[in-house]
Design a protein around this ligand. Structure first.
Ligand code: ADP
Length: 254
């Protein structure tokens, strides 16, 4: 679905990505892993046209990303950023309706109905229908994150990028968000590409993990096949035991 070849990027200093190649599988949940500063957010920003590569190509369903307009791209892929900002007095419904902006210049009457239907769908999927009138500034951390996911869902895309969607949330809301992401993938067929810090959560929720190191992909595959003490050491520079608990692969991050 997304294919990256020899991607290079720098912010002006040393290269952040240096010849990175990667295939992201349609229909899967793929999680990017790697040490702080290894380039995960930068890669998401490049994959979503928020940054321009210095070299290499990114293709979305065969088309070069450079040839896809921002508006067209926003109908095909959505991103939930790590730090989301919105005016605190905006209602949830209004925020979610911003996800319809990529569709606004088309025939009005038909789309007004469709816009509203998509907003309703996004609110329902994120369990926010009852909170539609609430101001963003009054939401809990978990509700707030769901509201930004709902805005992305209103874009009605087949592909959703999430940059550390569980950061700043306590464990209950972390799991709530990850279960939502899983449902969106399994029930709505949305391809998910996300960054997670917690290796165990990545193992539990990903069909595929991608490890970044030195500006390239250093491992990729199903978690059980690529995550072990050695690959964790390579990615994060720390030796941690890997075990099975409850039939699941677990990294003892203590
Ligand atoms: P990660 O998401 O894996 O923690 P980032 O993609 O945020 O990594 O950062 C990769 C590297 O690029 C880091 O060295 C970081 O300091 C640098 N970097 C990130 N954003 C900027 C920026 N806006 N300007 C300059 N350097 C940046």
């Amino acid at each position: 679905m997304v294919s990256v070849e020899h991607l290079t990027f720098s912010y002006g200093g040393p290269p952040v990505l240096s010849g990175l190649s990667l295939e992201l599988r349609e229909g899967a949940i793929t999680t990017l892993l790697g040490a702080n500063g290894c380039g995960k957010t930068t890669l998401l920003q490049l994959l979503t046209k928020n940054l321009k590569p210095n070299g290499g190509t990114i293709r979305l369903e065969g088309a070069n990303l450079e040839d896809i307009s921002l508006k067209e791209f926003a109908r095909r892929a959505a991103i939930v950023h790590q730090k989301n900002t919105a005016p605190e007095d905006l209602t949830v419904e209004r925020l979610v309706s911003y996800g319809r902006l990529p569709y606004t210049s088309m025939f009005r009457s038909r789309l007004d109905r469709e816009n509203q239907e998509q907003v309703e769908r996004a609110l329902a999927l994120t369990d926010l229908t009852e909170l539609r009138e609430r101001r963003v500034g009054t939401l809990s951390g978990g509700q707030r994150q769901r509201a930004f996911i709902a805005m992305a869902l209103a874009q009605n895309t087949k592909l959703l990028f999430l940059d550390e969607p569980t950061t700043f949330l306590d464990v209950r809301y972390q799991v709530e968000i990850l279960r939502l992401v899983e449902r969106l993938n399994r029930e709505q067929g949305i391809t998910i590409v996300m960054v997670l810090h917690d290796i165990n959560q990545a193992l539990a929720y990903s069909d595929e993990v991608v490890g970044l190191r030195d500006g390239r992909v250093s491992l990729q595959g199903a978690p059980e096949t690529v995550i072990n003490t050695e690959s964790i050491r390579e990615l994060y520079g720390i030796e941690l035991p890997v075990c099975h608990a409850d039939g699941r692969l677990c990294v003892m991050a203590v």
